[in-house]
Design a protein around this ligand. Structure first.
Ligand SMILES: Cc1cc2nc3c(=O)[nH]c(=O)nc-3n(C[C@H](O)[C@H](O)[C@H](O)COP(=O)(O)OP(=O)(O)OC[C@H]3O[C@@H](n4cnc5c(N)ncnc54)[C@H](O)[C@@H]3O)c2cc1C
Length: 385
C-alpha cells in the first residue's frame, strides 16, 4: 500500500480548498447544540451545498449517485473540510455513513434510486433502530416483531438510544420476522418511515445536557414489504454490513477534528503557563502520536476495504473503534488538565465534549464487545462464554 498522495489527489485537494474558501464565509451561524430542529436544517443545508458543488457521496459509486472518488480522495475531503473548520456531517451521520452505504451494498436498484439521491441532497435524515432494552451488546436478542399482513409488515416493539430520532424521516430498523428461528436467523432489516401511524418518539436527555437520542415505540406500524433491504430473515448478515461501516469508516472524520483540538490544547497550555509542566507536554506528545497512528490505521482500513472488493470495511474497524474511544477520552482528560479549574465551567465547549466522550465506550458497540471481536476474529483466541 502506498500512503503518499498522487498528483491528481493533490489537485483534488487544491480545488476543494478553493471551494471551501469561497463558501464557508457564506454559512449561517451554527445553531445551539440543544436545538435539534435547527441543527437538522443547518446540517441538511450544508449537505445541499456539498451536493451542488459535486462533493456529496464522494466515494459512493457513480451508479449510486455518488462521485466515484477514490477512498484516498475521501480522506483528503475529511482532512480539508476539518482543517477549514467546515460543518461536520451532524444529523446526516446515519444516512450518509452507514444506512446509505448499506443500501448501496445490499439494496435493489429500485431501493437505491428511491433513497440514495434524497440522502445525498440533504433532504432525508435517517436514524438507527437497532438497540432495544436487553438487546444492545447481544443485539440478536431483539424482540421487536414484524408480522406479515399482505404486502405490509405490522411492526410492534420498542427501540432505545435512537440518535436523532426526533428529527429523522427514516429509520434503519431491525425486526424479528421469525420468532421460531435461531435468534440470528429470524431477523430482517427494514426502512421505517418515521411518520408512519403507530410510531412514538420520546427524547432522552444525556449527561452532556442535550436530547441527542430517544426511545421509539412501535405499535402495529405498517411497513411495506418493499422496504425490506435483503431477504426476509437474512437481516443479521445485512446488519453486519451496516456495523462494519459504522465502526470502520463512520468515525474517521472525527480523528481529524481531534487533531485540531489537540493543537488548540497545546496553544492554550502555552498561553496559560501549563506548558511548563513536562508531564503535561509528554501527555500531549503521546496523544499526537496516537492520533497519527489512528489516521494511518484509517488509511489502512480504507485501503484494505477497497482491495478486498465491494468497499465494505472488515474487522479492522473494531480495532479502530476500540482505540479511538480510548484516545478521545484521553484527549478530553488532557483538556481538563490544561484548563485547570476552568474545566468545571459547564459552558466551556471542551466540558461538554469531555462528558460526551464517555459515550464512545458504548456507542456503536461497547469497548468490551470490540475486544471480544478483536480477540476472536483477528487474534483467533477461543470464544469466551
Ligand atoms: C451516544 C450513543 C448513541 C447511540 N446511538 C444509537 C442509535 O442511534 N441506534 C441504536 O440502535 N443504538 C444506539 N446506541 C446504543 C448502543 O449501541 C448500545 O448502548 C450498546 O450496543 C450497548 O448495549 P446496552 O446499552 O444494551 O448494554 P449491555 O449490552 O447491557 O452491556 C452492559 C455491559 O456489559 C458488557 N457486556 C455485555 N455483553 C458482553 C460480552 N459478551 N462480553 C463482555 N462484555 C459484555 C458491555 O460491554 C457493557 O459494559 C447508542 C449508544 C450511545 C451511548
Amino acid at each position: 500500500m502506498d500512503l503518499a498522495y498522487t498528483e491528481a489527489e493533490e489537485e483534488f485537494r487544491a480545488g476543494l480548498r478553493r471551494w471551501l474558501r469561497t463558501v464557508l464565509p457564506t454559512l449561517p451561524p451554527k445553531p445551539a447544540p440543544e436545538d435539534w430542529p435547527a441543527r437538522r436544517r443547518y446540517d441538511c443545508g450544508w449537505q445541499r451545498m456539498l451536493y451542488d458543488a459535486g462533493y456529496a457521496g464522494l466515494h459512493w459509486p457513480a451508479e449510486a449517485g455518488g462521485q466515484g472518488a477514490t477512498p484516498t480522495q475521501h480522506l483528503i475531503f475529511l482532512e480539508e473540510t476539518e482543517r477549514a473548520g467546515a460543518p461536520y456531517v451532524g444529523a446526516g451521520f446515519v444516512g450518509l455513513l452507514h444506512a446509505g452505504p448499506t443500501i448501496i451494498a445490499e439494496g435493489t436498484a429500485g431501493q437505491r434510486a428511491r433513497w440514495l439521491p434524497p440522502i445525498l441532497r440533504g433532504e432525508q435524515v435517517w436514524c438507527q433502530g437497532f438497540s432495544e432494552p436487553e438487546a444492545g451488546s447481544d443485539l440478536a436478542a431483539l424482540r421487536t416483531r414484524a408480522v406479515r399482513d399482505g404486502d405490509h409488515y405490522l411492526v410492534t416493539g420498542s427501540k432505545i438510544w435512537t440518535s436523532h430520532a426526533e428529527v429523522a424521516d427514516w429509520c434503519e430498523l431491525l425486526v424479528r420476522t421469525d420468532a421460531d428461528a435461531p435468534k440470528h436467523r429470524g431477523i430482517s432489516w427494514l426502512a421505517l418511515p418515521m411518520d408512519a401511524p403507530g410510531v412514538t418518539v420520546r427524547p432522552l436527555r444525556t449527561l452532556a445536557g442535550t436530547a441527542e437520542f430517544a426511545e421509539v415505540f412501535l405499535d402495529e406500524v405498517p411497513v411495506p414489504v418493499a422496504n425490506r433491504v435483503g431477504a426476509e430473515n437474512d437481516g443479521w448478515r445485512v446488519t453486519m454490513v451496516t456495523l462494519s461501516f459504522e465502526r470502520g469508516t463512520a468515525f474517521v472524520g472525527e480523528v481529524v477534528a481531534c487533531r485540531r483540538v489537540l493543537g488548540e490544547l497545546a496553544r492554550t497550555a502555552r498561553a496559560n503557563g501549563r506548558w511548563d509542566d513536562p508531564v503535561l507536554r509528554r501527555r500531549l506528545g503521546r496523544l499526537a502520536a496516537d492520533f497519527t497512528a489512528l489516521w494511518r490505521l484509517t488509511q489502512w482500513n480504507v485501503s484494505e476495504a477497497q482491495h478486498s472488493g465491494g468497499g465494505v470495511p472488515g474487522v479492522g474497524g473494531s480495532v479502530f473503534k476500540l482505540r479511538y474511544a480510548q484516545v478521545r477520552q484521553e484527549l478530553y482528560d488532557a483538556a481538563a488538565a490544561v484548563l485547570g479549574p476552568q474545566a468545571l465551567d459547564a459552558d466551556h465547549p471542551w466540558t461538554a465534549d469531555r462528558l460526551s466522550s464517555l459515550s464512545y465506550t458504548i456507542a456503536a458497540g461497547t469497548t468490551q464487545i470490540q475486544r471480544n471481536i478483536v480477540a476472536e476474529r483477528i487474534l483467533g483466541l477461543p470464544k469466551g462464554r
